[in-house]
Write a protein that binds this ligand. Structure first.
Ligand SMILES: NC(=O)c1ccc[n+]([C@@H]2O[C@H](COP(=O)([O-])OP(=O)(O)OC[C@H]3O[C@@H](n4cnc5c(N)ncnc54)[C@H](O)[C@@H]3O)[C@@H](O)[C@H]2O)c1
Length: 359
């Protein structure tokens, strides 16, 4: 590993891509730093058994770029970065491997802060933290922010309220029917906020355990067979909270909701879907804007975690979503395009300030 023969990186605009290899532990990691214009890059570590090194590289390049946009619109003083560890966590994750990884993170001397992602957990970050200061998303007993899905769900709820206000004139989901696809960490907490607000919830999950939880905890939630049944049902809002790609040519065509706002990353299956949604009169609150509560939560830990402060920052997802929807109307573009423009504007305008020399 460690070959920079790939054209992807040359054309991707990344500042730095670091290949890390520690043979005895089996660690093969790639750290992607897209931009530090707004501050140290921040983004999680995905531990995943990619088929090839190219797949791992492509993923880290996409993910780190996405984090730059997410962090910019979350109002954070952080640039965008992400890391991938190539391998099956079930087979190779060990204390030594995680600590080796931590030493590579430390070697970047604060240009990149890591955190959890698919395949890595709060307990893993506690181990990584034994080798580096530049890690967040640790457990509460270690002074960390703990489970980031709490503020992710809260932020999604704020973004959904902003979309409701934009479309229906009032910032509430009361009396609306909201479809939640995926009752995992984010979907469960989101369901609670929605019910508290007076919405009716219809939900689905592929896991029998998640469905049993819903029957037991919230018997008033309507459960349907699958995501296809959910999107075809009579819902006002669709909240994808499972995997990426929920909005594709097939689903958008039959979707009955007027608003989409959910926690899942990468909801748009391919470029152009944002336009199809707009043409069908469906208001899409961009995923990376409304699901930024988690990164806001873990970024707060870097200052010494304070839940109330982090929650106040996550509240701003309401204003950001509202501004994006208004800008989209004003500029005649889909909200996803307006969001990208706002993020790029902040990276350029605030990033430029670093050219003012400080002694
Ligand atoms: N946890 C966070 O802080 C956070 C932050 C930002 C974005 N996200 C994104 O939000 C989404 C959910 O994250 P999470 O932490 O709740 O994950 P999770 O693994 O706890 O929950 C995902 C749930 O979706 C279900 N699911 C999977 N495929 C499904 C399908 N086809 N139909 C219906 N349900 C399905 C799973 O059974 C599971 O219950 C992911 O896309 C994640 O990347 C999470």
């Amino acid at each position: 590993m460690g070959v920079f023969a790939n054209e992807d990186q040359e054309s991707s605009g990344h500042e730095q891509v670091v290949f890390c290899h520690d043979k005895p532990t089996g660690l093969k990691a790639i750290i992607g730093i897209y931009s530090t214009a707004l501050g140290p890059a921040l983004g999680g570590t995905r531990f995943y058994p990619y088929a090839t090194e190219d797949d791992a590289l492509r993923d880290v390049l996409d993910l780190s770029r996405g984090m730059a946009y997410k962090n910019a619109l979350a109002g954070l003083d952080h640039g965008g970065g992400k890391a991938v560890i190539w391998g099956d966590p079930e087979q190779i994750k060990s204390e030594a491997l995680l600590r080796a990884y931590g030493r590579f993170v430390q070697s970047l001397n604060g240009r990149y802060y890591t955190a959890c992602d698919v395949g890595t957990y709060v307990a893993d970050m506690d181990v990584v933290a034994r080798e580096t200061r530049f890690v967040t998303g640790r457990s509460v007993v270690h002074g960390g922010a703990g489970d980031s899905s709490i503020l992710t769900a809260w932020g999604v709820f704020q973004g959904m309220r902003a979309a409701a206000e934009h479309l229906w004139g009032t910032p509430t989901l009361a009396g609306r029917r909201v479809g939640v696809a995926g009752l995992g960490k984010v979907g469960k907490v989101l369901t609670r906020h929605l019910l508290d607000d007076g919405a009716a919830v219809v939900a689905t999950d592929v896991s029998e355990k998640a469905l049993a939880w819903a029957r037991e905890t919230y018997p008033q939630v309507d459960l349907v067979a699958d995501a296809d049944a959910l999107i075809a049902s009579d819902i006002d809002v669709y909240a994808p909270c499972a995997l990426g790609g929920a909005l594709n040519d097939d689903t958008v065509e039959v979707l009955r909701a007027k608003v989409v706002a959910g926690g899942a990353n990468n909801q748009l299956a391919h470029p152009g879907i944002e336009k199809v949604l707009a043409d069908r009169g469906i208001l899409y609150a961009p995923d990376y804007v409304v699901n930024a509560g988690g990164v806001i939560q873990v970024a707060d830990e870097i200052e010494g975690f304070n839940f109330e402060r982090a929650k106040l920052r996550a509240n701003r997802i309401y204003d950001t979503t509202r501004d994006i929807l208004r800008l989209a109307d004003a500029e005649g573009v889909p909200p996803a395009v307006a969001a990208d423009r706002l993020a790029e504007r902040r990276m350029a305008e605030v990033g430029r300030l670093r050219t003012i020399h400080l002694s």
